[in-house]
Design a protein around this ligand. Structure first.
Ligand code: COA
Length: 677
């Protein structure tokens, strides 16, 4: 008898329970248990077998942690085929999240019942895979080719009602899955032929070609959406007996692919990121009421995210006019949500009633947490915290959203340093997933743990960072930009660098991105860093010269590129080329050719090296923290797994060799990490 799959025969019905926490994944023990269950149900001559799961979900997939190892018998597709071929009618009584291998299990059964609200998906695409146990072959036979393509190529979840409407469920029920299964078995309808023996309805002959072109455009280098389309095309064009082995073969091959490894790394990193060592033993404090100081773009975004997460929010500005403007901004975000159908009228009313905008710090008195999001100026920020500390409880948490200023300085002179923390949001704060949770030397474990709970409630990926210039994300960005500028001086153009990095998978290259966000920010940073910059570090002035010529990017119609009225498309600009050439000439640089590969290798090497330094200094606890910062805050392609994972994938020796090229190109300008040494 299996530990994780148990069978009870009750009134000639086999009740088959899977109990394999946390998510009832189909690891080896479940597969063995299911085969045994089929035998038991058959030898008991059961009228029907009901398969259901203990805990909060039906099977949520294959066991991803087994994917790195050679597959062990019995294989999942064979187990499911045994269920489909069984002489006993099988009923899947699903609840929770019925994903991947779970959805495939339900499709191998004769009948599918879904608890109201259950969600279904084939999320393999998000792990760089295609289904491996018949999912891509049975789903089109269940709900039609087009609906199957939508699900398999996006990993999108649909709820029980939607699946029922698509013809994928026999019943949507309220209440207990076992009871629903027993009631259904009492009046068992005649089963249709098993899915593997059905033929999916034909689609238009041009369908797959058109879809393929659409997917290539959207996938930005990720190959699994196309692989899933391919698998469904097999279902559309060949019998199950031919399509299923092809699906399995591709699934197994993809498990070893770099993209799947990277996506699995991202998946497990997202589960580990919220559990850094630094919060061990911490008890999160209760937070109900939040004060946000600053009603600009950032403050309004933070306030809106907090309102959406169910917090009471007080927005404080320096005068009533600014407070009203902040409130207006938040109102705009609420209106946008209503327009896109994301916020109901009732929800909007509750958000509005949870918001107060004021110019009086006394209104912060009973808040549990204050987040400062004002102008990036030490004096202004210090003033804000003095005003807050004068009114708030001694134990209320004080958080700064600074991007660059050392938080220790910001909080100087304020009592109870254990309550200080940095909460670094990314703009627009209600959309961007990343939240750097900054630990000061004085931050208590409880306060830090509270930061992580808050991040989760705000639906952010909270990453722990220590203090350094730019924290994890902007520090790596600054190294990346510096190296890009060296390449610019030594032979490249902005277009060449941007297009090489886009081909690598970045949504934008470094120069088009600066044009979008504005050149002033990095200009100000370079000025700020000037006094502490090592004397012999190579310094490229091109960006400064563009700013001095008032070329600040898209908003001023020119920056690294020129923009034509009302158009966001960058055009190469002779002015910029002239500045580059003249700077190179003045510096006595002999410009050389760089291939796209050389550009990528060098830019990636500095990112990886900087990430390694950040971990070595203890600013980040783990490589995975660095990876998630770049994926969720800077558009680093998820299917590359983040810079540190990418470094492991290409091999540390290759990264080292690129870093040596970087150092030879600009001596005295880089610190080599211990890891690369
Ligand atoms: N295989 C192995 N472990 C899995 C898993 C899977 N398919 N799905 C989830 N887990 C683990 C997680 O790693 C986590 O482990 P931890 O507690 O040690 O960190 C635990 O189960 C809980 O998962 P978590 O995501 O934190 O819980 P949740 O309730 O927020 O979400 C799911 C549950 C099922 C929606 C989510 O985990 C999920 O999407 N899983 C992947 C499903 C999938 O891709 N299936 C197809 C595989 S081919």
């Amino acid at each position: 008898m299996s530990d994780v799959v148990t069978v009870r025969i009750q009134d000639q019905i086999a009740l088959v329970e899977i109990n394999n926490p946390p998510v009832n994944a189909t690891g080896i023990a479940v597969r063995l248990g299911l085969l045994e269950a089929v035998k038991q149900a058959e030898s008991a001559n059961a009228k029907a077998a009901i398969i259901y799961c203990a805990g909060k979900t039906f099977v949520a997939g294959g066991d991803i942690s087994e994917f790195g190892k050679p597959p062990q018998e019995p294989h999942l597709p064979d187990v499911y085929q045994t269920i489909e071929d069984s002489s006993v009618p099988w009923i899947a009584a699903t609840h929770g999240t019925t994903l991947g291998g779970g959805f495939e299990l339900a499709m191998a059964c004769d009948f599918r019942l879904g608890q109201q609200g259950t969600r279904y998906a084939l999320p393999e695409v998000n792990l760089g895979l295609i289904p491996g146990a018949g999912g891509s072959q049975r789903l089109p036979r269940l709900i039609g080719i087009e609906a199957a393509v939508e699900l398999a190529t996006t990993g999108q979840m649909i709820d029980a009602q939607k699946l029922y409407d698509l013809g994928g469920l026999d019943l949507v029920f309220d209440g207990d899955p076992v009871e629903a299964g027993i009631a259904f078995a009492a009046n068992l309808p005649t089963a249709l032929s098993p899915l593997s023996q059905r033929t999916p309805a034909k689609v238009d002959s041009a369908y797959f070609e058109t879809k393929r072109a659409q997917i290539i455009k959207k996938a930005k280098g990720q190959s699994s959406p196309l692989d899933n389309l391919q698998a469904i095309e097999w279902a559309a064009t060949m019998p199950f007996s031919a399509g299923q082995p092809k699906e399995r073969e591709l699934h197994l091959a993809l498990r070893d692919s770099a993209q799947s490894k990277a996506l699995r790394h991202a998946f497990f990193s997202e589960r580990a990121v919220g559990k850094p060592k630094a919060i061990e033993g911490g008890t999160p404090l209760e937070v109900n009421k939040i004060v946000v100081v600053g009603g600009g773009l950032m403050g309004a975004g933070i306030a809106f995210a907090a309102l959406n997460a169910g917090y009471q929010v007080t927005l404080i500005e320096r005068d009533q006019e600014a407070a009203d403007a902040g409130k207006e901004r938040i109102e705009g975000l609420i209106a946008g949500g209503i327009k896109r159908g994301k916020i109901s009228d009732a929800k909007a009313a509750s958000l509005r009633s949870s918001l107060i905008a004021s110019d009086d710090y006394a209104s912060s008195a009973n808040a549990d947490l204050a987040i400062e999001a004002v102008f990036e100026d030490l004096g202004v920020k210090q003033q804000v915290f003095q005003s807050l500390a004068a009114h708030m409880r001694e134990d209320a948490i004080l958080a700064t959203n600074t991007s660059y200023i050392d938080p220790t300085q910001i909080f100087e002179g304020i009592s109870n340093p254990s309550r200080f923390i940095g909460l670094h949001f990314f703009s627009p704060a209600h959309i961007m997933k990343l939240l750097e949770i900054v630990k000061l030397p004085s931050t208590s474990t409880d306060v830090l743990a509270t930061g992580f709970v808050l991040g989760k409630k705000l639906r952010k990926v909270g990453v722990l960072s220590g203090i350094c210039d730019g924290f994890i994300g902007n520090r790596i960005l600054s190294a990346y930009r510096r190296q890009a500028d060296y390449l610019l001086m030594d032979g490249c153009t902005p277009t060449q660098i941007d297009s090489a990095m886009r081909a690598f998978g970045m949504p934008m290259g470094p120069y088009e991105l600066q044009d979008l966000t504005g050149l002033q920010i990095s200009w100000a940073n370079r000025k700020r860093q000037a006094p502490t910059r090592a004397k012999d570090e190579r310094y490229v002035r091109i960006g400064d010269l563009l700013c001095e010529a008032e070329r600040f990017g898209q908003r001023s119609q020119k920056g690294w590129y020129a923009y034509i009225d009302g158009d966001r498309k960058p055009h190469e600009d002779q002015y910029v080329t002239d500045v580059i050439l003249s700077e190179a000439k003045t510096a006595g640089v002999e410009r050389q050719e760089f291939t796209d590969q050389m550009i990528v290798d060098r830019l990636m090497a500095v990112m990886i090296n900087e990430g390694a330094l950040i971990v070595e200094e203890g600013v980040a606890e783990r490589d995975l923290d660095v990876d998630l910062v770049k994926i969720h805050g800077y558009g680093f392609p998820r299917w590359r797994g983040g810079p540190m994972h990418y470094g492991d994938e290409v091999g540390i020796h290759n990264v080292k060799s690129s870093m040596e090229d970087v150092i030879a190109q600009s001596p005295n300008s880089w610190t080599l990490s211990e890891r690369l040494k």
